[in-house]
Structure formats: structure tokens, C-alpha cells
Design a protein. Structure first.
Length: 416
């Protein structure tokens, strides 16, 4: 045991130890006991024991191992005491031949991948997949997840309980899918990881209290999957995409936690070391010669992240990449982004026609950025009154006060 450094220090170290290895412990215990609920309850009780015993005896030399041993013993105690766990007790005997805790050891094999695929099972809705992954694999508290999604803690707690009950009732397997199912299921996992990243990266201002750690957690999850399932082109593409976007993370939020758009960002704050990481992942993906949407999005982000200024951005290349992306994903947002890139390539009239077509089709009729793009094109064509109308519509539709203020400043600077 290590020496204590005071009560507060022990509390902090217990929390840090549990957080750092929570996903690994939970996945190992779920593998052995075949019950997510039982594993969670056991870790919770072991954590309580750690707060008490580590204060008396000191911090163990191997906190992760200590927590695992304590958790497995707690799990067995729960099985013995709780009649509702009778079937789980039988499962324990079947899987381990004995209920002696010393038989179950903390394996070097990382079983979080099984847990990730369980959380991201297609039988669960997307919102539940994201929340459950953050809670079980990443160790985020219910309160943290609720704040990230702007929900009440009780609402998020109920969602997690219902999701876990569905896993139990429908016998969703705790396993990596069979080879013939793997690629399809992997796509769903990548989608969940990217949603987690986007919840952080495209946050709605100061309401998101932990946006950067959330983005880092998404990258860590993707790295974990990549370690277990290497040489997947779209997985590498997603890692590249998140790395290139992370370049700009420090510059996209002001000191009040409000979002700053790309044009207004201080590029001296960009973390350029992430460009090298993004290039590494993207080059590795492209060598596999299996192009997909994450790789194309990564290439678009790479152009932005390596441009010296907004004006010097290669908008023609970005437009070409969006056109390529449309071959894989049909989306009015992608069409709008392609039209915006066209506008910045000085093809204003063509861009405006595309934007007006999207507006008439109705899918983006309530999307503020469509009207801001329309306003820019109209201004460049000296159709000032129509441009003002479009900006005012963008201001009306935006739900972000900082963005409303920015649009208002654009209106004033354009037409002073």
C-alpha cells in the first residue's frame, strides 16, 4: 500500500481510479457473470469499500487490480444474498465451475469491444446507444450525460434503466458479432462514436460543461476499436476526421463557452500537432483502397485545418469533395455545404440557384445557415434588400444568442 496524503487526496484518487478503469472492469465482470446490472452494482459497492479502506490502509499499489478483486467478491456476495439472482448464480457455476472469487482473474484481454457492440446493438435506438456507451464504456455519470444532452438527470436515468432492461429482456448478446455481421454492425458503432464527438464539437454554448473531454473520449473509443479491429478503412477515416476537427477545438469556443464560426477563429490557437495525426490516419485509410464517407469528410476537414486563412482556403477542392460525398450520402445539408463552397469559389449565381432550390424543396426551410448562405450570395450580387431579409430570417431561426449577435454584426458591416 502507498501512504495516504490526506482524506481529500484519497477521495480524489478513488474517483480517478474508478473512472480510468471503469469500462474495462465493467466489461470483464459482465463477461464473467453475464449480467450488466450485476457488474454495475458490484463496482458501485467496491467503490464504496475503496473510499473506506483506502483511507485506513492507504492507496494500493495496483488500484485497478484491487477494484477488480473487490468487485468480483461483491458480485458473488450479491448473488448469494439476492434470490432474484438465482439464475445468475447458476450461470456463474456454469461459466466458472465454482463461485470462489479467486478463480476469476483480471484478464489482460480488453473486453470493452464486446461491451461497445452490446451498447450499440441495432435493437436499441440511437439516443440510447449513445447514452449507454458513455455510461458503461466511458464511465460518465448520469449527471454528466444529462448535462451533455441538455436533459434532466431523472430523465436520463430513466432512459438508461429502460435501455438496460431491454438488453436483459431481449437477450441482446454480450459479444463481438459474427464475421458476416461485423462490417454492418461496425458501421453503427462508428456512427455512435461520431455522434458523441459531435455532441462535444458542435455544442450549443456554455450549457455543455464538458465538451472537450467528451470529444477526447470519442477519439479514445475509436482508438480502442481500431486496436481490436485494425485495417478498417472507415474506422481510420473517422479517426482522421475527428483529429482534423480537433485541430480547431481551442479556437471554436470563446471564454464564455460560446461557439465561434470558422471564419472568425484565431488560427494561432489551432492545435497543429493534430494535423499530423489526422494525416497518418487518413493516409492509412486510403492505402486500403476502400473509399467511404468518413474518409471524404476527413479530407474536407483536412483542407480547412491546413489553410492559412479563411480566404486562402481551397474552396474548389472542398466543393469537389462534397460532390464526391454526395455519391455516398444523399443529404440536403451536404448539398448546402457544396453550394456554399461554390459561392466562396466565386461562382455566386450558380450557388444561389442551388440554395434557392434547396429552400423551395422545404427540407431546410427552417435552417438558419441556409438563409445566411443565401444572404451572402445576394449581397455579392448587390441585391441588398433581399440580402437583408435573408439575414434577418437567419437571426430569427437561430437558437444561439452568440450566433444571432454575429449575424447582426455581419448585417451591419455589410450594409453600413
Amino acid at each position: 500500500m502507498q501512504n495516504n496524503k490526506g482524506t481529500d487526496s484519497v477521495d480524489i484518487q478513488v474517483e480517478r481510479a474508478v473512472r480510468s478503469c471503469y469500462g474495462k472492469l465493467l466489461s470483464q465482470l459482465t463477461y464473467h457473470f453475464r449480467s450488466l446490472d450485476l457488474a454495475e452494482e458490484a463496482i458501485q459497492e467496491a467503490t464504496i469499500s475503496a473510499f473506506v479502506k483506502w483511507k485506513k490502509l492507504g492507496i494500493p499499489n495496483n488500484p485497478e487490480s484491487w477494484l477488480f478483486i473487490a468487485s468480483k467478491r461483491k458480485a458473488i456476495d450479491i448473488i448469494r444474498k439476492n434470490k432474484s439472482h438465482a439464475q445468475k448464480k447458476q450461470n456463474l457455476i456454469i461459466y466458472n465451475k465454482t463461485i470462489e472469487p479467486e478463480v476469476i482473474e483480471l484478464s489482460d484481454q480488453d473486453r470493452r469491444l464486446e461491451l461497445i457492440f452490446t451498447c450499440c446493438h441495432p435493437a436499441l435506438d440511437t439516443a440510447s446507444q449513445v447514452a449507454l456507451t458513455l455510461n458503461t464504456v466511458c464511465g460518465f455519470s448520469v449527471d454528466e450525460i444529462a448535462k451533455a444532452f441538455l436533459l434532466k438527470k431523472t430523465t436520463m436515468a430513466q432512459r438508461l434503466v429502460r435501455t438496460k432492461q431491454k438488453i436483459s429482456k431481449t437477450n441482446i448478446p454480450y459479444q463481438i458479432p459474427e464475421p458476416h455481421q461485423l462490417e454492418q454492425r461496425l458501421s453503427g458503432v462508428l456512427g455512435v462514436i461520431y455522434l458523441i464527438f459531435n455532441e462535444a464539437y458542435y455544442s450549443k454554448g456554455s450549457k455543455y460543461l464538458s465538451s472537450k473531454p467528451l470529444a477526447e473520449e470519442a477519439i479514445r473509443l475509436a482508438k480502442l476499436v481500431n486496436k481490436q479491429l485494425p485495417h478498417r478503412s472507415e474506422l481510420l477515416g473517422l479517426l482522421a476526421l475527428m483529429a482534423f476537427n480537433f485541430v480547431r477545438f481551442n479556437a471554436k469556443i470563446d471564454k464564455f463557452g460560446r461557439s465561434i464560426n470558422l471564419k472568425m477563429q484565431n488560427r494561432q490557437l489551432w492545435q497543429h500537432e493534430w494535423v499530423e495525426r489526422g494525416n497518418h490516419y487518413l493516409e492509412s485509410a486510403l492505402t486500403l483502397k476502400k473509399l467511404g464517407p468518413y474518409q471524404i469528410q476527413a479530407a474536407i476537414s483536412a483542407v480547412h485545418s491546413t489553410s492559412k486563412s479563411f480566404a486562402e482556403t481551397d474552396w474548389q477542392q472542398i466543393h469537389a469533395l462534397y460532390q464526391k460525398l454526395l455519391q455516398y450520402q444523399t443529404s440536403p445539408i451536404i448539398e448546402l455545404n457544396a453550394a456554399i463552397a461554390l459561392a466562396y469559389s466565386n461562382k455566386i449565381e450558380h450557388s444561389l440557384k442551388l440554395i434557392q432550390k434547396l429552400e423551395q424543396e422545404g427540407q431546410l426551410s427552417q435552417y438558419h445557415l441556409l438563409y445566411m448562405a443565401k444572404a451572402y450570395c445576394l449581397k455579392e450580387l448587390s441585391r441588398n434588400e433581399q440580402s437583408k431579409e435573408a439575414i434577418n430570417r437567419a437571426i430569427e431561426l437561430s437558437d444561439n444568442q452568440f450566433q444571432k449577435d454575429y449575424f447582426q454584426k455581419e448585417l451591419e458591416s455589410w450594409f453600413d
